[in-house]
Design a protein around this ligand. Structure first.
Ligand code: FAD
Length: 409
């Protein structure tokens, strides 16, 4: 089959891969975006129940791309986050920790967006961009370096040559495997049950996280009197609860909500996601780089996975666009290494933080319960530490890429 040459080929058109395609396409690079799902599936109204707690940095990037404008009516702000220790059978412990929006310089603490709204607006933008060739229902079979270009062979035998290929195919990444990039993997034997409920009481823009011994329960506000829940526990228990019929499932949910939002009803069916930690041991290889979950799949305990992927996109797009303007080869090792140098520390610290938080909080050990209480109390009384934690969560630490500051590249 005929071979096509492009600047960048992106394998995987989830939110992260699509955002990178859009930024590069809008800045004059020719992009081929390969997605294995069909266009009908991408366009469908089906909803996996996932909502994202986007931070201020991610919001600014979406504003710059004129995406925010299209979803802002569907965005719920979070102005208070309450963290609390608890146990299923007893009342919550006295230790809690509050974060308020007036303690940050960046407005709301988070912006809650349902996956179904965000994904569709990005898809529409991708389809409108004349520099993007969006190939759907296609899978990659091979990737090889030939004559200083990377060659991607699709399952329909089509071959695409590019200056650089980006793996954005999520976890577990086949593109990383093809590039022989090894990973650090840890199976938590945990899964999250995720869905949306309607409730009687107003959520007052409050997000709530209850640390139960088996794993955290997050109740995150959505527009209307609705909240998304992310209920994490051992995989065997999650599978058992998820398989219950709707009435029994609701009864279990009512018990853990413990009247926090008044009477609740299911708004969407629940879904189940296995949770693990998987970090690629390098982000770049010859003519190849990894972004998003294909580079780092982390625990959802802090709601940071997509924010981390959006930071990859902001950094990599800035590097590739500036390199091209300077007449450099965008697939050259020295160009791609700028990306890994910029991202390694952030990815490593976030993976470590979520891993430690899960180990410390998903635990019924008595001494750890006391230690948790003391640390909650210590953070509560330390404005400097609190402000640092909030800055870290907002994505504004270290060398901040232009798009996260709301500036064009
Ligand atoms: C329960 C839960 C709650 C979460 N909550 C939050 C939150 O509040 N905030 C937050 O920031 N993050 C959150 N996350 C994390 C977030 O969902 C992920 O980090 C994010 O969706 C990753 O996006 P991605 O585009 O990198 O990967 P994916 O969404 O996995 O996309 C990968 C894409 O590649 C395609 N693909 C795969 N293989 C191929 C192939 N061979 N060829 C072509 N295409 C291929 C797939 O079809 C898919 O479209 C949560 C995750 C979970 C599980």
């Amino acid at each position: 089959m005929a071979q096509k040459k492009t600047n960048v080929v992106i394998i995987g058109g989830g939110i992260v891969g699509s955002l990178l395609a859009l930024i590069l396409g809008l800045n004059g690079l020719k992009v081929v975006l390969i997605e294995k799902q069909s266009l009908d599936d991408l366009n469908s109204n089906s909803y996996d129940g996932r909502s994202y707690a986007l931070n201020a940095g991610s919001m600014k990037l979406l504003v710059t791309l004129n995406i925010w404008d299209k979803i802002k009516e569907k965005v719920q702000i979070v102005s208070r986050v309450l963290l609390q220790q608890g146990a299923v059978t007893t009342q919550p412990q006295p230790f809690d920790l509050n974060f308020y929006d007036y303690e940050t310089d960046n407005g709301p603490i988070f912006y809650m967006v349902e996956d179904r709204f965000l994904r569709k607006v990005i898809l529409r933008k991708v389809r409108e961009c004349s520099n993007i060739n969006h190939l759907t229902s296609k899978s990659v079979k091979r990737q090889n370096i030939i004559d200083s270009l990377i060659e991607i062979t699709l399952d329909d035998t089509q071959v695409i040559k590019a200056d650089v290929a980006i793996g954005a195919d999520g976890f577990p990444s086949r593109s990383a495997k093809r590039a022989k990039i090894k990973r650090f993997d840890q199976n938590y034997n945990q899964s999250s049950i995720v869905g949306v409920v309607r409730h009687e009481n107003n959520h007052n823009d409050e997000a709530f996280q209850l640390f139960l011994p088996a794993g955290p329960l997050a109740i995150l506000p959505l527009i209307g009197n609705r909240s998304c829940y992310v209920w994490t526990m051992s995989t065997s228990e999650a599978e058992r609860i998820h398989e219950l019929d709707e009435d029994l499932f609701l009864k279990r949910l009512v018990k853990v909500f413990d009247n926090r939002r008044g009477k609740i009803e299911l708004d969407t069916p629940s879904n189940i996601f296995p949770i693990s930690l998987s970090i690629a041991n390098k982000l770049v290889d010859e003519k190849f780089a990894l972004i998003g979950d294909s580079a780092h799949n982390i625990h959802p305990i802090a709601g940071q996975g997509l924010n981390l992927g959006i930071r990859d996109v902001a950094c990599l797009s800035e590097i590739l666009i500036l390199a091209r303007r300077n007449g450099e080869d965008i697939g050259a090792v020295n160009v791609l290494r700028r990306y890994s140098k910029w991202r390694n520390f952030d990815i490593f610290t976030m993976a470590l933080f979520t891993d430690m938080a899960n180990k410390v909080f998903s635990n019924d050990n008595f001494l750890l319960q006391i230690a948790r209480g003391i640390s909650f109390d210590f953070i509560s009384k330390s404005p400097i530490l609190k402000s640092y934690l909030m800055k870290e969560a907002s994505g504004f630490v270290g060398d901040i890429p232009k798009l996260l500051q709301g500036q064009d590249i």
